[in-house]
Every structure is written in structure tokens, then in C-alpha cells.
Design a protein around this ligand. Structure first.
Ligand code: C2E
Ligand code: CA
Ligand code: CA
Ligand code: CA
Length: 279
């Protein structure tokens, strides 16, 4: 038994160090990707559940590798967060989203805000407000067209710090959304003490609303309570007409999901906006 224990320990160490070196390798390639401008933003429409009208969009980062393959954010954002690269990457996302949104605004094809995801590490960085202000100034984008998406855990992590930063963001004129709502432990009444405009119900609650009465009850309750607190509600990850029909019945304001559109590269989003404008 002792022998086996030792072997197991050795085996485990091997796995750990392999994963560690894979991580280092990925981190190195990510550093290069930032310098080689291999990062791109895709945009996913957000639409009114009743009218189908475009009410916003979310910018989602992609890592486009030289061989044409694409690394999804779930594969590199956590690493960028750990090694601190998320701060310069996040600053680029803010600048690029503002630049693109202002270009659409100037062309007269967009009148909706763009949502940008922020991670906790960026939120704790003392340069965040200066970075946002620089992105707005550089692009000329009016602040009301920028919507910051913050996860529940980020918001609840350090409530005093959060309240202060969010108040400053609100003073700038930005919109604020709570992302992945329902996955954390915060109560709506607590959130109401922050100057939040909108909740995004996490995809995991929406996925089974048609078949699971418990999920349906949770989604419906979040929507009703959010409205009582005068918050707007967006459902994430809507894929079917049946889901949309329920969300309409429950008066969910808007949704985002494959049913309407996958996230699109900027040039395809431009085409979509021109089409919408023409109709
Ligand atoms: P998220 O903010 O919750 O973004 C929504 C994710 O759901 C996106 O995945 C989107 O492509 C996906 N999605 C949208 N509609 C549907 C649907 O109908 N069905 C399904 N199955 N999925 C749908 P994506 O683009 O892979 O992004 C994953 C996560 O990576 C995001 O989750 C966000 O947490 C993070 N992320 C993306 N871009 C950024 C960024 O610029 N900065 C930071 N800090 N995080 C980002
Ligand atoms: Ca988001
Ligand atoms: Ca989300
Ligand atoms: Ca998510």
C-alpha cells in the first residue's frame, strides 16, 4: 500500500507539472497574441422579447490564431485573469468596443449600447476609471452607449469598493448590468443598493425552463422581483421559440441567444445593422 501511495503521488505530481507547463505555454502565446493583434471582438444582438427590436449588443472576445482556428474565451480569460494580462486585454476590449460602436453610431445604423464584460481583476485595478474615460474620449462615444457587464460575484466581492466604483461609473453616464444573475448568492434587495440598470439571467436557468418547473419558477421569480425593483431583465442563452414564448408570458424585457443570432464578427454585425436600418 505504501509503495502504491508513493507511485500515485508521483503520478499525480506529473500531471500537475504537465498542466502547469501547458498553462505557462498558453500564457506565453497569449502575450504574443496581444502584441500580434490576434484578438477580435464578436458582437451578439440583444432584442426585445415582444417586438423583436434590437435593444443592445454584447461584445465577446475571440482569440484568432494564425492557423485560422479560434480559442474561445473560456479557455484563455481565466488564465489572463490569473497572470494579470486581463488588465491590458480588458483595456483593449473597452477601446475597441467604443471605437466600433462610435463608428456604427456615426454611420447612423446603431442606436443601442454595447455591453462589455469586466472581470474582477480589472474592477480592482485602480486605473479602471481612467481606462474607461480614455476609451470614451478617444472614440468620442457618448457614455450612455457603453454598458458594463459585471458578474454577481464581482459585485458582491467587496461591496464598499463596488458601491464607490459603480457610483463613479454612473456619474460618467454609463449603463450597468449584472451578468450571470442567479449563479451567485446575492439577494436582489442587496443589489438594489447598487446603481444597477439591468440583470442578465444566467443561461443555466433558461436552458430548461420549458421542461423543468423549478427552473421556470426561478426564472419567473427573478423577472418579477427585478421588475418590482425597476430593473430591466435580459435572458441569456435563448435557443428555442418555446423558451421565448414563456419569457414573453413572464414579461421578460429582452433576450440574447442563438434563436436570434450567434455572436457575429464586426463586419457581419455591420451588415445586419444596415439591413435592420433599411427595413
Ligand atoms: P458571458 O458573458 O456569459 O457571455 C455569454 C456567452 O454565452 C458567450 O460565450 C456566448 O457566445 C454564449 N451564448 C450566447 N447565446 C447562446 C445560446 O443561445 N446558447 C449557448 N449555448 N450559448 C450562448 P463566449 O463568447 O464563449 O464567452 C464566454 C465567456 O467568456 C463570457 O460569458 C464571459 O464571461 C467571458 N468573456 C467573453 N468576452 C470577454 C471579455 O472581453 N472580457 C472578459 N473579462 N470576459 C469575457
Ligand atoms: Ca456577459
Ligand atoms: Ca452571462
Ligand atoms: Ca456566463
Amino acid at each position: 500500500a505504501k509503495e502504491r501511495g508513493r507511485n500515485q503521488a508521483r503520478f499525480f505530481d506529473h500531471g500537475l507539472s504537465r498542466r502547469y507547463s501547458e498553462r505557462l505555454e498558453l500564457e506565453g502565446r497569449l502575450r504574443q497574441a496581444v502584441e500580434a493583434r490576434q484578438l477580435a471582438l464578436y458582437y451578439q444582438p440583444q432584442v426585445d422579447t415582444l417586438s423583436g427590436e434590437l435593444i443592445g449588443m454584447e461584445a465577446l472576445i475571440r482569440w484568432c490564431q494564425p492557423d485560422g482556428s479560434m480559442v474561445p474565451p473560456d479557455k484563455f480569460i481565466p488564465i489572463a485573469e490569473e497572470c494579470g494580462l486581463i488588465v491590458p486585454i480588458g483595456a483593449w476590449v473597452l477601446r475597441e468596443a467604443c471605437r466600433q460602436q462610435q463608428a456604427w453610431l456615426q454611420e447612423g445604423i446603431s442606436r443601442v449600447p454595447v455591453g462589455v464584460n469586466l472581470s474582477a481583476r480589472q474592477f480592482d485595478d485602480t486605473t479602471l476609471l481612467a481606462t474607461i474615460q480614455a476609451a470614451l474620449a478617444e472614440s468620442g462615444l457618448p457614455p450612455a452607449y457603453l454598458d458594463l457587464e459585471l458578474t454577481e460575484s464581482l459585485v458582491m466581492g467587496n461591496p464598499e469598493h463596488t458601491r464607490q466604483v459603480l457610483a463613479e461609473c454612473k456619474q460618467l453616464g454609463l449603463q450597468l448590468s449584472v451578468d450571470d444573475f442567479g449563479t451567485g448568492y446575492s439577494s436582489l434587495s442587496y443589489l438594489k443598493r447598487f446603481p444597477i440598470d439591468r440583470l442578465k439571467i444566467d443561461r443555466s436557468f433558461i436552458a430548461d425552463i420549458v421542461t423543468e418547473p423549478d427552473d421556470a419558477a426561478i426564472a419567473q421569480t427573478i423577472i418579477a422581483m427585478a421588475h418590482t425593483l425597476r430593473l430591466e431583465v435580459i435572458a441569456e442563452g435563448v435557443e428555442t421559440e418555446a423558451q421565448l414564448a414563456l419569457l414573453r408570458r413572464w414579461r421578460c424585457d429582452a433576450y440574447q441567444g442563438y434563436l436570434c443570432s450567434r455572436p457575429l464578427p464586426a463586419d457581419e454585425m455591420t451588415k445586419l445593422l444596415r439591413q435592420l436600418r433599411a427595413t
